[in-house]
Design a protein around this ligand. Sequence first.
Ligand SMILES: [Zn+2]
Length: 442
Amino acid sequence: MQIELKSPAEGRFYLPAEETLDSAALGALQRRKLAALLEQVRAGNAFYRQKLDGVSFDPMRDPLDRLPLTTRGELEADQTAHPPYGQNLTYPLDHYTRLHQTSGTGGRPMRWLDTRQSWEWFARCWGIILTSSGVTSSDRVLFAFSFGPFVGFWGAFEGACALGTLCLPAGGMSTVARLRMLLENKATVVCCTPTYALRMAEVAAEEKIDLPGSSVRLLIVAGEPGGSIPETRRRIESAWGARLIDHTGMTEMGAVGFECLPRPGQGVHVIESEYIPEVIDPTTQKVLPDGATGELVLTNLGRWGSPLIRYRTGDQVRLTRGRCECGRCFARLEGGILGRVDDMFVVRGNNVFPTAVEAVLRRFSELGEFRLTVHEDGPLTQVLLEIEPMPDVEAHAQLCDRVGQALHQSLSFRAQVVAVPAGSLPRFELKAHRFIRKRTTG
Ligand SMILES: [Zn+2]
């Protein structure tokens, strides 16, 4: 498969034909791609051959839920039983050209191989994300990301290269060195996590660097839900004086979602020309109607070398459809990823996601980093919130009180709020670990 990116000179808001199909045509395209994928998979992929054994499914007609779901646990068990790569490989091992592994936040890191064709598909998905954000060959894109085995922005780098932008790989550098690189090369776009966008802004302030005065006009963030949390994105946008674009993706799935320009902060589109999204009830595993909140299930249509069919992402979403102001009929995840299904905790009868806590905390400009620890001791759940007041804030006790009240008003639970010295909580470059869960038995 070729990377099919037209010259960006053809239009800043470049919309390839597949992106503007109506829902019926999009559905037909997905089914054709699914049929082609299943043919490859049934021929050569031991993992899926086993799962699909005895399943009668006509890819052009049958409802998708005739196919079994795939779970992270199954993939991990497969890699344990067939080390080191497992059996979700459609082609012989010598066809594979890249290894990545998951960041390990959901448990043990998982290895993921791609063929040249699969990797080109990954980069092409990123091409859609970049062009929809108005990135052109005139842009200079800085990747504030360690180019290690975690897939992170590797695909973005490849997609941006294919688009003809000047790509600035800022891996293995201190934050100060990255900021200098950004200024010296007049970067116009930065790709990083929301947390790291805030960290760079924090260091820029210490170094008296005027980020809003820099040439950066766009930040593409991924890896955490922050890009769609209103207060987090407002904080990042004001610190940088640049528009933020949220993106969602997963090592084992690919580059999935993007925020379109006309709907800032309202969620992300799923690239439906390359993925089939469904939403299920995580308990009953039944498919839910559009507009209902549930767990996102995805099928990727172009990563034939290591595909995922009806994969339970563990992400809590609300999916809607209809033609968007941007001209696309791609499904939308309203508000982005609302939280991880596994991260939800229950306190005083309320279901709470750590993302909801973050949304409250980011309203406080006097507050920097934070850490949330949930102790689940039998029927009583206790929540400890450590906050770092900004260096110029003196009345720590008052700030803790106000934060505690805001949490109680918004989320109906009381947390023990404690101020800790500025700079004492960990800083993150990849996925932030601000949420700790402690369970005691008995
Ligand atoms: Zn749109």
